[in-house]
Design a protein around this ligand. Sequence first.
Ligand SMILES: Nc1ncnc2c1ncn2[C@@H]1O[C@H](COP(=O)(O)OP(=O)(O)O)[C@@H](O)[C@H]1O
Ligand SMILES: [Mg+2]
Length: 355
Amino acid sequence: MSGTSIDGVDAVLADFSVPPCRSLAHEHGAFAPALRTELIALQQSGADELHRAALAANALMDACAAPVSALLARTGLDRKQVSAIGVHGQTIRHRPELGFTLQLANPARLAEATGITVVADFRSRDVAAGGQGAPLVPAFHAALFATADRHRVVVNIGGFANVTDLPPGGPVRGFDTGPGNILLDAWAQRHTGRLFDREGAWGAQGQSIPSLLAALRSEPYFALPPPKSTGRDHFHLRWLEHHLDAAFAPADVQRTLCRLTAQTIADAINAHCDKATEALICGGGVGNAALMRDLAEALQPRSVATTATLGVPVDQVEALAFAWLAREAIAGRPGNLPAVTGARGSRVLGAIYRA
Ligand SMILES: Nc1ncnc2c1ncn2[C@@H]1O[C@H](COP(=O)(O)OP(=O)(O)O)[C@@H](O)[C@H]1O
Ligand SMILES: [Mg+2]
């Protein structure tokens, strides 16, 4: 799994013999700076982009093959014992309203490199069926975390944040709330030179700017009803800059962006999952202590905990979900939830590249 943060690849070795699944091992492979820079550049049109995208896809697959080898070495398993690799690819365009979503990948290359069957391109079939192609993780969140007596929401905070609503007895629903870490990372990179604001410590030195927070929250996406999904096409530094005043101190802007992520997640839960009593948080955003404090406050009186408290480490949930989706594809079972994505019906997701 490599998400919109473009921080690297998370690989898990998932065992489905104990339902719904368990993780045997996890590897994170950070992207080399040149690959990261190119994957970010390819988010927008540019010179010779088809050629560059093909080369970046190859480099990305090599960056996925390495943690696969590491997982096998660490667990002592042979590649023949692995049924499949589910590879998400790197989203470089997400325009479901135009009928496409594009995840950069070269699954044939990964199958050759690993000798393992690869399942890829999970989103395009849902988009072709009129859906958003996202989020795809709610079915997996339901398999892991739904209960018969408690109304939970799962909140994944990656580059973008998505919520899965799990009322007892269903129906499962889910959607992207808006930016998770994406703006926090971009602003921190510009002003601190680091890839992200570790523990949220830099932003925590600032003060939230109420007028800026109000202006950012007035973005129409936040008020749209689900199903909805978003991405780097919509929220980026230029979107933020449009609302900025030269007088704002950088740390104050960072503090405000932290509040924006927490508040828009809480707004979405209040608007669409208001009966939920428990929030389970996962994704890299859990590492941002200031964000977690803001979220706990904004979600009151609900209980707020991480998925780790239920035995699923916060940085493995998404990768496990795509292992699970690969398994569904090979079994010929649908992976999307039409009520979540807005697709016309259930569809088997992904293309299979046999070993
Ligand atoms: N210790 C930390 N402190 C603050 N933020 C963190 C920390 N660890 C991870 N993050 C944030 O999480 C992001 C990665 O989250 P991840 O769940 O991998 O997102 P994605 O699925 O978009 O790749 C980083 O870019 C960073 O913003
Ligand atoms: Mg990531």
